[in-house]
Design a protein around this ligand. Sequence first.
Ligand code: HEM
Length: 495
Amino acid sequence: MDFFTILSLVASSLILYTSWVLIKTKTSKNLPPGPPKLPIIGNLHQVKSTTLTPYRVLRNLANKYGPIMHLQLGQVSTVVISTPRLAKEVLNATVSSIADRPVTTTSQIFYYRAQDIGWTLYGPYWIQMRKICVSELLSAKRVQSFGNLQADELKSTCKLLESSLGTTVNFRQIMTQTVNNVICRATLGDIYKDRTDLVELLTEVMNGLGDIDVVSYFPSFQFLYNISGKKAKWLKTHKQLDIILEEILNEHRKRTSINQDHEDLLEVLLRIKETGDLDVPITNENVKAVVLDLLIAGMGTPTSVIEWAMSELMKNPETMKRAQAEVRAVLKGNTITETDIRSMHYLKLVIKETLRLHSPPLLVPRVTKKHFNIDGYDIPANTNLLVNVWACETDPDSWENPESFIPERFENSPINYLGSDFQFIPFGAGKRICAGMTFGLNMVEHVVATFLYHFDWKLPNGLKPDEVDMTEVYGASVLPKYPLQIVPVSVSLAN
Ligand code: HEM
């Protein structure tokens, strides 16, 4: 068969399949409303935009078609939720049928057939690993045990910045290195000192996981991954990472005396694997998948939140002044303690407001296992559920001036990010709520407080605060399109 015969066969089967899916879903169910659909691509042409990020496009569509909206994205039937009330219904649902994640090629390849926590299917394995994660790996006590290494890394960063006083620095580069070091040391210990290869491979994994392409919408066209060479590239990255992880695992196994109060996360996992009373036995692959999850989740989101916080502070000098005055009034020495952070009330408001505007805008998708009903609409099994967190967090019925940065809005407000106020769910909510919230917040608070305490900051080249570019770029996480460039200035402090 020549190439064109194969192509026409593929095209006609695609048309038949998609028409069948469209007719079937349209005739048999009372689906939520949505924009008119074209054959084959469904609504794909309406969600693609060269100027707007996907969550803004989805919010605009929701304004027209409703807060619960059905989209046919190629072969993928998708329901988008855009208000706090509906987010509550979906995320709070006790039915386990909506706690599943979709099966993706990248999560299968990178996470050893999705045996991590974030991408694994809901079931006994996820329940067990999630429990270990929350009570052992990322508990408040464990996070506190990383205080010294975090302080150590921040001290090195301050030294580096001191040698660059008065010159423009790439804030993203410096801060990302700090956070990566903290996460790598907390997860893997100090064994793997030259982390350049590891971090490069982890960045490739992050990019792979965030790669939304034609196969994401036409999953039956997996062969395109073979033709394009993407699959080979991902497999190669996975193999290289696996070699490094195996090496680190072997080093850990050789250790004899371990102080449980200062274990790294891999040591905790290995201890539980060997001695824990487990319903589902843990394999080496499980350990590697979870370790990868922690590294990826821990590096990606905190760095973007910190860069956005600093960008907002540079754009709002009065807010910066107030936050800096507080941090400097609270700190008694050079090392920030938990008690210090607890007293930094305004800083906490700044971070909450940053999370409201700049946390992951769309939750990791869920997929329905069984049919269920919401607001009188049918959501069939195998539907992807997307919660537009950004739309909830800028919902005009819940927030005044929703898109403005106003930390004071949280002053004396009971609204919190713990997963029960659905107009503010930067960590998600329900069964799949972020497992690393304490660690993530701790890191963001300490890093921002340190930068505000030790330095004054100026914009380069006479740039004015309102000229700070807040254009977003959407990928594995949402970042400022142009990395923040700022100038650290010496500050003389009494202590
Ligand atoms: C400020 C920092 C962070 C933010 C804003 C954040 C946000 C999120 C969000 C929105 C989700 C998806 C929740 C859902 O689908 O409902 C998530 C999941 C997750 N996060 Fe975080 N995260 C942060 C830091 C961290 C850190 C530091 C770690 C671990 C080292 C971590 C580990 C995880 C894990 C394991 C999941 C998957 C949970 C599951 O599916 O059961 N996160 N995070």
